[in-house]
Design a protein around this ligand. Structure first.
Ligand SMILES: NC(=O)c1ccc[n+]([C@@H]2O[C@H](COP(=O)([O-])OP(=O)(O)OC[C@H]3O[C@@H](n4cnc5c(N)ncnc54)[C@H](O)[C@@H]3O)[C@@H](O)[C@H]2O)c1
Length: 338
């Protein structure tokens, strides 16, 4: 079996999680961990028993690294991804795909020139309830999708404004850029890329203006389907809901495990005679396998050339939706996506 030699850049919450997944995968070797904070890098090196570095540049240039995982603040995702692609590496970069649509386009272009794979960290696609809901919708079980309602949020934490997510230069955007892109990706996965959006943003509680702590919007599709979203850093009790309504029924996913509550899929089958629909409920209370499954998807693409989710087109779609959300919020106008 071909072994993929991997460098993980950024040893914070997500980078360490991804380094753990890589090091537990029999078909990957964790070659190096990198963090600009040398103490964090060396701690991660000791934890995973691999080389560490405080500078990503020599690491992405290494001949013995095949793939680079990037989990830094958003500002560094594009420059590191582009440099790694130019050095011939495959890249899994965290969401969002850069801070802006133009950074996302530059990443996609660099991948096309280099002939290397890019995957954006849309791990929600690998959550079991969302996967089961997608299978039901794509097999026609609920009929033609009519509308989607999505809510995603948490309540921040004291000093949130002092973290990199509160810094426009490092984050690029507020909550729509942070958790919103997951929702935009899911909407596009289930229903295709919408044609236009009307959105409002708020900077309501956290002193992070011009960044937003809430974004609301309504996407419209060429099919006339609609998708509403609310993404929030003032959702004091963490919440995730994703509902799709079709002509024949509905699917509703709530929770993502842990603080978001048990991941649950409720399926409704419309009663054509009238009266309540037939409802079935499934709970997925196992550990969060999304990170492992996401890595396995990427590995099979690298090793065997298999199709994978979260490629450049998916990343660009979510970033085009995000870009349109911000343009709509700034102008007060319904705005074309893309
Ligand atoms: N997929 C998801 O659900 C999910 C969840 C949370 C965060 N994320 C994404 O993961 C990325 C990291 O988020 P996090 O929560 O782990 O942040 P974090 O602050 O916990 O970690 C970021 C790390 O990057 C390091 N860093 C900063 N600049 C660097 C540089 N130039 N080179 C190397 N290292 C550098 C920091 O020292 C820090 O240790 C972000 O892009 C975020 O959007 C994704």
């Amino acid at each position: 079996m071909a072994i993929t030699r991997v460098a993980v850049i950024g040893c914070g919450l997500i980078g360490r999680r991804r380094a753990g997944v890589v090091s537990e995968d029999a078909s990957s070797v964790l070659a190096s961990v990198v963090d600009s904070n040398a103490a964090l890098a060396s701690e991660a090196g000791a934890e995973f028993g691999c080389e560490w570095n405080a500078d990503w540049r020599p690491v992405v240039a290494r001949g013995d690294v095949d793939a680079v995982v990037i989990a830094t603040p958003n500002a560094f995702l594009a420059p590191i991804a582009i440099e790694a692609l130019r050095a011939g590496k495959h890249v899994l970069l965290e969401k969002p795909m850069g801070r802006t649509l133009s950074e996302a386009r530059a990443i996609a272009a660099a991948a096309a020139v280099a002939g290397r794979l890019v995957k954006v960290g849309f791990n929600h696609r690998y959550h079991p309830a969302l996967g089961a809901a997608f299978a039901l919708v794509s097999s026609g079980t609920i009929g033609r999708p009519i509308n989607i309602r999505a809510v995603y949020g948490h309540g921040g934490r004291p000093g949130y404004e002092l973290e990199w997510r509160g810094d426009p230069a490092l984050a690029g955007g507020g909550e729509a850029t942070d958790q919103g892109v997951h929702i935009f990706d899911l909407i596009a996965w289930f229903a295709g890329v919408p044609s236009e959006v009307f959105a409002y943003t708020q900077s309501a509680v956290w002193p992070i203006a011009p960044l937003e702590d809430n974004a609301f919007g309504l996407f419209r599709f060429d099919s006339s389907a609609l998708a509403s979203f609310h993404t929030s850093w003032t959702q004091w009790k963490n919440r995730f809901t994703f509902e799709v309504y079709g002509e024949l029924g509905s699917v509703e996913v709530t929770g993502l495990g842990k603080s978001y509550g048990t991941e649950t899929l409720v399926t409704g089958t419309r009663n054509r005679e009238g009266g309540p629909p037939r409802m079935t409920r499934r709970e997925f209370d196992g550990p969060d396998e999304s990170w492992r499954l996401e890595w396995a998807d990427f590995q099979s693409a690298i090793r065997d050339g298999k199709p994978y989710m979260g490629g450049p087109q998916d990343g660009l779609a979510a970033m085009a939706m995000l870009d349109a959300v911000y343009r709509s919020a700034a102008t007060g106008l319904t705005t074309a996506v893309g």
